[in-house]
Design a protein around this ligand. Structure first.
Ligand code: ADP
Ligand code: MG
Length: 313
């Protein structure tokens, strides 16, 4: 890397003091060194955001830094892992110092909140592409997998559904309503459900984070667990803005299809449901028969959305 770029890393990304006990060696050498406590497993994930594919050109770099980290922490949360460290790979079309400064502000706001260290990365030139690799720890045997759902499990989720999808429509100028600020906020700065993921260890039997839409992501649980499900439409947690959108457009499947919510969807054996706090909403049940059904206004229909055809018969 040229010296000028290294100075930029020093300026914007080198952390003076590590804040996580796992970090033995951070930025500056060829590799970082992390320690994993005995009896724990290292959970590792990576997510990339490409301009004009995953975010609109001109997006506030603060939001990009925040969201890039948030979507990775969401993956750790869905496994019940506690985040410890991340690496950051930046491909930049040019060196824009004010852009980097804002990006780093958003990134480190969230990193500091969870005491996560940025321990390394890569910086290259090319079309704007942002990648974080996140590492977390989880006690051996306690990670929440997609494959654990069983018939009779109750399906729950955190937060609300469809706000980020609505936020994208608002950002694109396709919809507006009086409560749009909250939806835009959900789209630009999703809150990773880290604490909730930790709370679900030993309670949930399967878990996923909703990045591509509830129907599709719950579909991964169904497929990997070899089960089906029925959702109760009336129980879905919808904000007033999403309700207003559905009323205006009739598009009632939007909250089931839209991505970017980064809420957790998980299943719990019925006898453990009482262990859950009120942070969660019950949205349906796991069933024997394959496919995803929705019970709505007294009738049950098979949900056919992208990625679902292979479940129906
Ligand atoms: P190498 O050529 O050995 O891979 P680099 O010169 O690319 O190392 O990087 C020097 C140091 O800066 C390394 O510790 C690397 O992890 C870190 N680094 C490079 N880019 C970033 C970045 N975008 N964010 C955080 N650390 C970075
Ligand atoms: Mg090297």
């Amino acid at each position: 890397m040229p010296a000028a770029e290294f100075d930029l890393i020093e300026r914007f990304f080198a952390v003076k003091k590590s804040s996580n006990a796992a970090t033995e060696l951070g930025i500056g050498d060829d590799c970082a060194l992390l320690s994993v406590p005995a009896g724990y497993r290292l959970a590792i994930t990576a997510d990339t955001m490409v301009e004009n594919v995953h975010f609109l050109a001109g997006t506030d770099p603060y939001d990009l830094g925040y969201k890039l980290l948030a979507v990775n922490l969401s993956d750790l949360a869905s496994m019940g892992a506690e985040p410890v460290a991340v690496t950051l790979a930046l491909t930049l079309p040019d060196v824009d110092e004010s852009w980097l400064e804002r990006f780093a502000e958003g990134f480190f706001e969230l990193a500091a909140h969870y005491r996560i260290d940025l321990v390394g990365g890569d910086t290259t030139s090319g079309p704007l592409t942002l990648t974080v690799q996140a590492m977390g720890i989880v006690p051996a045997g306690q990670a929440l997998r997609r494959s654990g759902a069983r018939p009779g499990d109750v399906i729950y989720m955190t937060g609300k559904l469809g706000d980020a999808g609505l936020g994208l429509k608002i950002a694109q100028g396709h919809f507006s309503c009086s409560q749009q600020q909250a939806a835009l906020e959900r789209f630009n700065r999703p809150k990773p459900r880290v604490e909730e993921g930790l709370e679900l260890r030993n309670i949930a039997r399967s878990c996923i984070d909703v990045s591509d839409g509830l129907a599709q992501d719950l579909g991964h649980i169904l497929k990997q667990s070899g089960v089906g499900a029925c959702l109760d439409w009336e129980d879905l947690p919808l904000s007033n803005a999403v309700k207003a959108y559905i009323e205006a457009t009739g598009d009632w499947t939007m909250p089931l299809r839209a991505g970017d919510d980064y809420e957790l969807c998980f299943t719990v054996p019925a006898d453990k449901a009482a262990l859950l706090t009120e942070n969660f909403t019950r949205i349906g049940v796991i069933e024997d028969g394959p496919g995803l059904r929705v019970h709505r206004f007294g009738t049950t229909e098979l949900l056919r959305v992208q990625g679902f055809e292979h479940f129906s018969h």
